[in-house]
Ligand binder design. Structure first.
Ligand SMILES: *Cc1c(COP(=O)(O)O)cnc(C)c1O
Length: 481
C-alpha cells in the first residue's frame, strides 16, 4: 500500500491511500470471513460503568494514597503537565510526521524535545542529551555502549566497570549485559563506597565507574570529586545514575563534579505518572568526549530556524529506540520545567531532603538504622529488632496497606537486613508524613505486644498475601469464569 501526501479538500494537509491500491486491499481472503453474526456480550451501559468504576477503586495509586516507595516512587506530578500532554496537537501526533518532509508537520514537537535537551544540559552541566532511551535501565545500557565505543576509539581494551554494592540493581545488570565484568565495591560504615578499596582496584583496565547518586541508602558521597579525579587519572569514565535527581536539583551538577555521562528518569523526577511498567523516558547526557557517539536521530536546529531529525552521524552507535523516544513523557517534563523554573526546581530538592530527614528523625527510635546520618531524598530502616519478635519487614509492609499506605521498598538495598527503604518525596504535606510515621510507630509497638496482627495483615484488600513467585511465573491475566 502506498501513502500519498496531498492537500485535502479542506485545505489541510493529510494522507490518502493511492486509488489503485484500494481494490487490492479490499479483497479479503474468503476463509477468514465471518459466516455468522458475532456473539457479543449483552451488557447495559450502567453495568459497564459500574464494572470499570469498581475496578478503578481497587487501584492503589498516588491520587488516592501516599506511596513512599524508596527510589522508584513518583515524585511531584502536578496535574498541569497532564493537561499539556492532552492538548490535541500533541496527543494526535503521528510518529511518522516528524520524519516526513524534514519534520515540517511536527515542528512544535521537535522543538519541545530540542528545548528539553537544552534545559537538561543546563541542569546537569552536560554538553548534549539524547532523549531516546525509554527507561533508566535503557539509558544505562546505551551509556555503557557509548563508553565502550569511546575506549574502542582510544585503542584501549578495558574489561571492567566498578560499581558499589549500594548501587541500584540495574547498574550491574546493564554493565554485565554490555559484556563488561563488574567489580563490586563494598560499603563502609559511613554508608559510602570504601575509598581505599576503590583506589586499590582502580587501574587502566577499568572502563568506567558507575555511581548511583545518592546511593540506595540515600547518602551522597562527600568524596565524589576525589573519585572522579582518580578515575580520570587512569583514563576511566565516570557515570552518574541520576534517576533520583530530586535529591540534588539546583544544588549541584554532575558535570561540574567531573562526571562524563549521566542519566535521569523523567518518569520519576520530572513528572510522569508511572508504575506497572511504563511509560518512561531515561534521557542520557554526555560531555564532549562522548557527544559524537550519541544514538541517532539527533534533533538539530537548522539555519532557517526549523528543527529536523538527523540520521547521518557517522560516529554514532546507531538507533536504540523507535522515532524520538517516548514523546508524551518528554512533553510532561518540559511543561514541568517551565512551570517550576529555576527557583521551583531548587525547592524540589529542599523539600525532598527535608521530608526524608523529618521522617528519619521521628522513626529512628523505633527501628534500627544502619547508617545513621543526614540523608538525601530517602533513608533505609531495618526491621532487625522486630525480627527478633518474629515480625519481618514484609509483615510491616503488609500492615501499612491496611493503614492506607503503599509499603516502602522492602529487602533492598541487599546490604541492609530486613530493609525498608522510605522516600517521602517532595510533594507530601506534614499531615501525611505525620500519619505515615504514626502508622510505622504503631507497627513497631504491635511487634512487641501483638505480633499476630502484623502477621495477619493485610485484612482490607480483595486478596490477602500473594504467592509472588507463583504470580510472576504463572501469570493469569483473565478474570475467572
Ligand atoms: C529506578 C531506577 C533505575 C532504573 O530505572 P527504570 O526506568 O526503572 O529502568 C536506575 N537507577 C536508579 C537509582 C533508580 O532509582
Amino acid at each position: 500500500m502506498q501513502l500519498i501526501f496531498e492537500k485535502s479538500i479542506k485545505g489541510r494537509r493529510g494522507f490518502r491511500i493511492a486509488k489503485n491500491d484500494v481494490k487490492e486491499t479490499a479483497e479479503f481472503p474468503e476463509q477468514y470471513c465471518r459466516k455468522k453474526d458475532l456473539q457479543l456480550p449483552e451488557v447495559s451501559e450502567l453495568d459497564v460503568v459500574r464494572h470499570y468504576t469498581n475496578l478503578s477503586k481497587r487501584n492503589f495509586c498516588i491520587d488516592t494514597n501516599f506511596c513512599p516507595l524508596g527510589s522508584c516512587t513518583m515524585k511531584y506530578n502536578p496535574k498541569f503537565t497532564e493537561k499539556i500532554a492532552k492538548l490535541e496537537g500533541f496527543l494526535n501526533l503521528h510518529p511518522l510526521l516528524a520524519q516526513f518532509g524534514d519534520g515540517i508537520l511536527a515542528q512544535g514537537c521537535l522543538e519541545v524535545i530540542y528545548e528539553t535537551e537544552k534545559l537538561l544540559c543546563e541542569i546537569t552541566a552536560m554538553d548534549a542529551f539524547t532523549m531516546l532511551p525509554l527507561a533508566g535501565a535503557h539509558a544505562e545500557f546505551t551509556g555503557i555502549m557509548l563508553i565502550a565505543e569511546y575506549h574502542k576509539q582510544q585503542g584501549k581494551k578495558r574489561r571492567f566497570i566498578i560499581i558499589p554494592d549500594s548501587a541500584h540493581g540495574t547498574n550491574p545488570a546493564s554493565a554485565a549485559t554490555a559484556d563488561y565484568d563488574v567489580i563490586v565495591m563494598p560499603t563502609n560504615r559511613d554508608g559510602c563506597m570504601d575509598f581505599r578499596e576503590f583506589k586499590h582496584k582502580l587501574n587502566d583496565k577499568v572502563a568506567a565507574v558507575m555511581l548511583t547518586s545518592p546511593n540506595t541508602l540515600g547518602i551522597f558521597n562527600p568524596r565524589i570529586k576525589e573519585i572522579c579525579d582518580a578515575a580520570h587519572k587512569v583514563g576511566a569514565l565516570m557515570y552518574y545514575d541520576g534517576a533520583n535527581l530530586n535529591a540534588i536539583l539546583g544544588k549541584c551538577r554532575p558535570g561540574d563534579i567531573g562526571f562524563d555521562i549521566v542519566h535521569l528518569n523523567l518518569h520519576k523526577t520530572f513528572s510522569s505518572p508511572h508504575g506497572g511498567g511504563g511509560p518512561g523516558a531515561g534521557p542520557l547526557g554526555v560531555n564532549e568526549k562522548l557527544t559524537k557517539f550519541l544514538p541517532v536521530p539527533r534533533i538539530e536546529k537548522q539555519k532557517n530556524g526549523n528543527f529536523a531529525l538527523n540520521y547521518h552521524k557517522p560516529a554514532s552507535i546507531g538507533c536504540i529506540a523507535p522515532f524520538y523516544g517516548n514523546f508524551g513523557v518528554i512533553l510532561r517534563s518540559y511543561a514541568y520545567l517551565m512551570l517550576l523554573g529555576k527557583s521551583g526546581l531548587k525547592r524540589v530538592s529542599d523539600y525532598a531532603v527535608l521530608n526524608a530527614n523529618y521522617c528519619r528523625a521521628l522513626l529512628k527510635k523505633y527501628f534500627e538504622i544502619s547508617y545513621d546520618r543526614i540523608c538525601m531524598h530517602e533513608f533505609v530502616l531495618s526491621a532487625n529488632r522486630q525480627k527478633k519478635m518474629g515480625v519481618s519487614a514484609l509483615d510491616i509492609a503488609k500492615f501499612l496497606i491496611d493503614k492506607g499506605f503503599h509499603p516502602p521498598t522492602v529487602y533492598f538495598p541487599l546490604i541492609v537486613q530486613e530493609a525498608m527503604m522510605i522516600e517521602p518525596s517532595e510533594s507530601e504535606s506534614k499531615q501525611t508524613l505525620d500519619s505515615f510515621v504514626e502508622a510505622m510507630q504503631e507497627a513497631a509497638k504491635l511487634a512487641e505486644t501483638e505480633p499476630q496482627t502484623l502477621k495477619d495483615a493485610p485484612q482490607t484488600t480483595p486478596v490477602r498475601r500473594l504467592n509472588e513467585t507463583k504470580a510472576a511465573r504463572e501469570l493469569r491475566l483473565r478474570w475467572p469464569g
